[in-house]
Design a protein around this ligand. Structure first.
Ligand SMILES: [Ca+2]
Ligand SMILES: [Ca+2]
Ligand SMILES: [Ca+2]
Ligand SMILES: [Ca+2]
Length: 260
């Protein structure tokens, strides 16, 4: 009888450990990157990372057509002699000269919110790193050319992963680029959507939507597994409790290189 119970306990423990070792850790910490100046993809905090895929939509073909993403709102803003408000990322017109007038951007078109949703089936898995460059605001309740930007990311179930907010703008609705800012979020469990909002305006632009899946192991360390054998099943409960507690953890980083 005693032998039978021990065998059963060992089997349960083995199954629990197998499950933990092969399932990504749930509720990873979300890191929001503090808005940073951006004149070309060279300024992206995501550049140089190790990804299983990475897509950059700069709208220069006049389309939102990178794989696995759809937008709730927005239209293409094209360069033209008559359109003095187009505000692309500076480098997209092939010269970093303080102007984005001759590139393409994505315009809010009378909306305060733009939601970009990612399709895990098309992409293979949800992106872990998502960023977008805010490039301009025109009319705003805060004042012409100024406003408040919020970035909110959502997990695979559509639950909010927190909000990053910042006042932006240079007081001008034309194509200057010094005020352009990168907003980004990282969550190793995957991001199903982002919303970028200007609740004080419906007249604003973004560019360089970028999203990739980082190649990073998110399974427990071998030392953790060894410790678990020592303390038995009670250790599993404690570990899972710790993971649940970390769900609400959000970090905001200033612009630092991301290492994977
Ligand atoms: Ca495109
Ligand atoms: Ca330029
Ligand atoms: Ca562009
Ligand atoms: Ca700008």
């Amino acid at each position: 009888m005693m032998k039978k119970l021990s065998k059963m306990t060992a089997t349960v423990l083995f199954m629990a450990l197998s499950s933990i070792a092969t399932t990504p850790v749930a509720n990873a910490v979300t890191t929001y990157l503090e808005p940073s100046p951006y004149k070309s993809f060279d300024d992206s905090p995501f550049k140089g990372g190790n990804y299983s895929y990475f897509n950059l939509e700069n709208f220069e073909d006049g389309l939102l057509n990178t794989p696995g993403v759809t937008a709730s709102n927005g239209v293409i803003n094209s360069p033209s002699p008559l359109n003095i408000s187009t505000d692309s990322v500076d480098s997209d017109d092939r010269v970093i000269d303080g102007s984005g007038l001759n590139g393409y951007s994505w315009y809010s078109a009378n909306k305060s919110t733009m939601r970009f949703s990612f399709n895990a089936s098309v992409l293979g898995a949800l992106p872990t790193n998502v960023g977008i460059v805010w490039t301009d605001v025109g009319f705003s309740n805060t004042g012409l050319g100024f406003g408040n930007v919020n970035l909110e990311a959502f997990d695979a179930l559509g639950t909010s992963l927190g909000v990053l907010g910042s006042i932006v703008g240079d007081g001008d609705f034309r194509g200057q680029t010094a005020e352009d800012r990168f907003f980004g979020a990282i969550n190793l469990d995957g991001i199903s959507a982002i919303e970028i909002r200007m609740l004080d305006s419906t007249d604003w632009e973004v560019d360089h939507l970028q999203y990739g899946r980082a190649n990073s192991q998110s399974v427990p360390e071998p030392s953790f597994l060894l410790g678990l054998f020592a303390v038995g099943a009670m250790g599993i409960g404690l570990r899972l409790q710790c993971q649940r507690k970390s769900a609400s953890k959000i970090k905001v980083l200033s612009r630092t290189p991301i290492q994977y």
